[in-house]
Design a binder for this molecule. Sequence first.
Ligand SMILES: *Cc1c(COP(=O)(O)O)cnc(C)c1O
Length: 459
Amino acid sequence: MTYQNFSLAQLQAMDAAHHLHPFTDHKDLRAAGSRIITRASGPYVYDTEGREILDGMAGLWCVNVGYGRDELAEVAYEQMKELPYYNSFFRCSTPTPVLLSQKLAERAPKNVNQVFYGSSGSEANDTALRLVRHYWALEGRPQKNRIISRHWAYHGSTVAGTSLGGMGGMHDQLYGAVPNIAHVMPPYAFELRRPGESDHDFGLRAAQAVEDAILEAGADNVAAFIGEPVMGAGGVKIPPESYWPEIDRICKKHDVLLMLDEVITGYGRTGAWFAAERLGLEPDTITTAKALTSGYQPLSALLVGDRIAKTLVEKGGEFYHGYTYSGHPVACAVALRNIEIIEREGLVERVRDDTGPYFANALNERIAGHGIVGEVRAFGLMGAIEIVADKETRERFPGQGTAAVTLRDHAIEGGLMMRAVGDTMILSPPLIWTRDTIDMACDRIVTALDRAEKDLRKG
Ligand SMILES: *Cc1c(COP(=O)(O)O)cnc(C)c1O
């Protein structure tokens, strides 16, 4: 059965009849009909109508090497023929996760040398939560158990991922979160900085909120702090430069472990293999997924620091945790080749030295001055555009989030896939974008901004 035998209307009808989508209002979706993407090539995706859309989101933050990489398909095919699956339980292993672990240990920060596999970022964060709490129990301090996170953090959608995350709407539907996880203010200067407060001082204040939470619980009761280096799904919130060094200092002072969620920032997006390197951090766990395979296969890798690994190996006995697909041979083969592509094409260096700075500059020069833009931000190839009704007062348009959705729809109409989060537009393009692609994206953003402004000011 191939989709070509069906019309768009037929596909949409079957989609509505049988397919429940993630993060979707199904009544809405059924009224509008889904946009069905059928193929993709390089930086573009194509829908059933054959419309070419520049993918400003790299799928969902993941297709870092772009679409249409035949060698990733070929390596998966070869691996499936040779050994499609075998588990890594019961003292077994297969070659590709072994080679991938070696590779990741080379690329990770110096103190991080072990890998635990899953199939999604959410699963990897479940593993991280269990591992961190188990570490303290093995150290004879089971009460050192609380995790500090931030409001608006995104750590996935399993029960543990949602509990670790700080999304209000998701928590409302949890009906019982994992206990003993506390959330503090995020380092989101655009909305939370006080009048007259410098970015630097705001960063210190946001970090102080973490220390306050540690002191409130008592450091003896706090296992770890978890954070995305740059909050992604929460709206590409880039912390002031003062924030992470202060978090690092606070964690060390109180002997609180540092868990970095690099599911978006890993594998080159920030112009480093991991943002930890760019920020000078030595985390105890690094959660990675998404661009590990550029989305060609589902795979996550929790990178585990020496401190936890040593205790687990020496004092742990059996760790009662794992997934059927931990270390899946096909997914690991694809990840190995994906990393090889990133290395061969120098994509990390390209973001660091060329496209990253060019992207930041383009947003500042061409987008920041627009009448409905309150601020632009960029970090590597992650970008954000704040939509406001009034540039001076930063007052938003009425109807939270509707302005950004209006803009998003115009952007897609004009051939650029972007996402709206609240009143923020976000971008996370494939790392294969060139200066020309960035220019093309900016042209389309400006057009979309003009059209959205016309609509929004009319009302
Ligand atoms: C996407 C994401 C996750 C969850 O990954 P899944 O593969 O969707 O489970 C976790 N953390 C961050 C920072 C993410 O962006």
